[in-house]
Design a protein around this ligand. Structure first.
Ligand SMILES: *[C@@H]1O[C@H](CO)[C@@H](O)[C@H](O)[C@H]1NC(C)=O
Ligand SMILES: *[C@@H]1O[C@H](CO)[C@@H](O)[C@H](O)[C@H]1NC(C)=O
Ligand SMILES: *[C@@H]1O[C@H](CO)[C@@H](O)[C@H](O)[C@H]1NC(C)=O
Length: 401
C-alpha cells in the first residue's frame, strides 16, 4: 500500500515535469498531445523502474495498461458484433444487419501495439472497425494474433496469414456474404507491418495471387535495418513514440537478447554481408528532398554483433526488403504517414518504392500528425487529429474498395 502511494505520488511529480516538454508548433490540440506524450513518458519511466526493481517486466506493465481499454462485443442498431474464432484464432466480427441483395466488401484489420500489446478488443480499434463496417456496409474481421515476447516472430504473421486464408475459403466468403473481389487488408503501426507482409506473401502464393484487392497501411513500420533515418533522428523523443521505447519493445519480437536492442540503438547491428539490403531502404535515394533537410546519409556499421539474427534480413519482418519485381505484383495501396513520427520515413520510402514499381498508391501525409493518433480518437482523449486520420482512411476505402 505504501508503495502504491509512493509510486502514485512519484508519477504525478514526473508527469508535472514532462507536461512542459515542448511539442511541435503546428499541433492544434496542444494540451491533449502534451498529456498523451507526458503519460507515455511517465509510463515508460514507471515500466523501467518496475523492471529494475524486479516487480514486473517493462512490457508486462504496458500490456496491463493496454488491457484496461478492452471492450466487450456490443452490437448496435446497424452492426452485429461477435467475438469468435477462425479455427482457433480469435477474431471480432462486425456484420452489418441491413439486408443487402449484393455481396459486401470485407476489411481485415490488424491492430498495432509493437507486436507485444493490444487487442482487437481495445476501444479505439473497436470504434474504428465498427465505423468502417457502418460507413462501407462492409464485413470487418479483426484478429487477435499471438503476441511477443511469449510468441516471437513469425507467430503473429502466421496467425494473420491464417485468418486471411480462412476468410478466402468459398464457404466462409459465402457464409458472411463477402464479395471475394473486394477484400482489403489494413493495419496500423506494427499492424501495418503485418498487413504489408501478409499482402506480399499472399501475392507471391500461386493459390492466393490477385485475391486481395487492396492494402491500407496506417503509419506503418516497414523496416528494421536502419534506425537512423531522418525521422528516427528528428522524432527520437516523440511525441508519444520514442525511438528508445520502440526499439526496446519491437526487439522482443525479433530475438530475446538485450545486446541486440542496445546495438540497434547504436545502429550497429546488421551483420556483415547485409550491405546489399541497404539499397532497398536507402533514404538518400527514396525520400523526397523536403524530408532530407540537412541530414547526410551514413552507412550503418556492420558486423559488430557476434550473434546472427536471420530475422533482421527477412522481408517478412521488413517488408521494404522486398525486391522491385516482388513489389510490382502488389495491389492498390493506401499509405498514411504522420510528420511527427519516427516511422514516417518507412512509409515515405514505401510510397516511393511502390510507385517506382508501378503500383497505384494513394498517400496521405498528415503534417500535424503524431504516431498512434487514432488510438486517442475515443474516450478519454477524444483527439480530433485521430478522427481526421480515421476519416481519411475510411474515405479512401469508400472510394476504392
Ligand atoms: C446506424 O446507421 C444510421 C444510418 O447510416 C446512422 O445514422 C446511425 O448513426 C447508425 N448508428 C450507429 C449506432 O452507428
Ligand atoms: C545510399 O545512397 C547514396 C546516394 O545515392 C549512395 O551514395 C550510397 O552509396 C548508398 N549506400 C548504400 C549502402 O546503398
Ligand atoms: C565477439 O567476439 C570476439 C572474438 O570472438 C570477442 O573478442 C568479442 O568480445 C565479442 N563481442 C561481444 C560483444 O561479445
Amino acid at each position: 500500500m505504501r508503495y502504491k502511494t509512493l509510486f502514485f505520488g512519484l508519477s504525478c511529480i514526473i508527469f508535472a515535469y514532462y507536461i512542459y516538454i515542448p511539442i511541435p508548433e503546428n499541433i492544434e490540440e496542444h494540451w491533449k498531445v502534451r498529456i498523451i506524450d507526458a503519460l507515455m513518458k511517465v509510463s515508460s519511466l514507471m515500466g523501467t523502474l518496475f523492471e529494475n526493481m524486479g516487480i514486473m517486466k517493462f512490457e508486462d506493465f504496458f500490456f496491463i495498461l493496454m488491457e484496461l481499454q478492452n471492450t466487450k462485443p456490443v452490437s448496435d442498431e446497424n452492426i452485429t458484433v461477435i467475438d469468435t474464432d477462425f479455427s482457433g484464432i480469435p477474431v471480432r466480427l462486425y456484420l452489418p444487419k441491413k439486408k443487402s441483395d449484393r455481396q459486401r466488401p470485407a476489411v481485415i484489420y490488424i491492430h498495432g501495439g509493437a507486436f507485444c500489446f493490444g487487442s482487437r478488443k481495445m476501444l479505439p480499434f473497436d470504434f474504428l472497425n465498427r465505423l468502417t463496417a457502418n460507413k462501407l456496409d462492409a464485413v470487418v474481421i479483426a484478429p487477435d494474433y499471438r503476441l511477443a515476447p511469449q510468441y516471437p516472430f513469425p507467430a503473429a504473421l502466421e496467425d494473420c496469414v491464417f485468418v486471411v486464408k480462412f476468410l478466402l475459403q468459398d464457404k466462409v466468403i459465402e457464409k458472411y456474404g463477402v464479395d471475394p473481389s473486394r477484400i482489403c487488408i489494413s493495419g496500423d503501426s506494427s499492424g501495418g507491418t503485418l498487413a504489408a507482409a501478409v499482402t506480399q506473401l499472399l501475392q507471391d502464393d500461386l493459390e492466393y495471387i490477385n485475391k486481395i484487392k487492396a492494402q491500407a497501411l496506417l503509419y506503418p513500420g516497414l523496416q528494421g535495418i536502419d534506425t537512423m533515418m531522418p525521422s528516427y533522428q528528428e522524432y527520437e523523443h516523440g511525441p508519444f513514440l520514442s525511438r528508445k521505447v520502440a526499439i526496446k519493445v519491437t526487439c522482443l519480437y525479433l530475438a530475446k537478447d538485450e545486446e541486440l536492442s542496445k546495438a540497434i540503438l547504436r545502429n550497429e547491428y546488421m551483420p556483415e554481408g547485409s550491405r546489399h539490403l541497404f539499397k532497398f531502404v536507402n533514404w538518400s535515394d527514396f525520400l523526397p528532398a523536403k524530408y532530407k533537410k540537412i541530414h547526410v546519409y551514413k552507412e550503418p556499421v556492420l558486423g559488430k554483433l557476434n550473434a546472427s539474427y536471420p530475422t533482421l534480413m527477412d522481408s517478412r519482418v521488413s517488408p521494404l526488403l522486398a525486391t522491385d519485381s516482388q513489389l510490382q505484383r502488389l495491389p492498390l495501396t493506401y499509405i498514411l504517414t504522420c510528420e511527427h513520427d519516427i516511422l514516417r520515413d518507412d512509409g515515405l520510402i514505401y510510397v516511393t518504392r511502390l510507385r517506382n514499381a508501378g503500383v497505384p498508391v494513394t498517400h496521405d501525409h498528415i503534417e500535424d500528425g503524431i504516431h498512434g493518433a487514432m488510438a486517442f480518437a475515443t474516450a478519454p482523449m477524444y483527439l480530433n487529429l485521430g478522427l481526421r486520420l480515421i476519416d481519411k482512411y475510411i474515405s479512401w476505402l469508400e472510394q476504392n474498395l
